[in-house]
Design a protein. Structure first.
Length: 71
């Protein structure tokens, strides 16, 4: 559960001794209804917490006027 909503947890771990932009492991939670990520936690090679991101005020299927993206 993330922010009171059911979620699916996925752990993504890099190859031994490898990082991408200093991140070796991600812990990601996806909202069960929308499938969108609701929380992402990243860790360095040493296991140290690097960053936590929470998507707490997400709007899905927002309607835009037809010309919203027009140049």
């Amino acid at each position: 559960m993330i922010a009171g909503k059911p979620a699916v947890h996925l752990s993504v771990v890099g190859a031994e001794g490898k990082t991408v932009d200093a991140v070796h492991r991600y812990e990601v939670w996806f909202d069960k209804q929308s499938g969108l990520p609701t929380k992402v936690v990243s860790y360095g090679l040493d296991g140290k917490l690097l960053e936590t991101v929470m998507m707490e005020a997400m709007s899905v299927n927002v309607r835009f006027p037809p010309d919203f993206f027009a140049p």
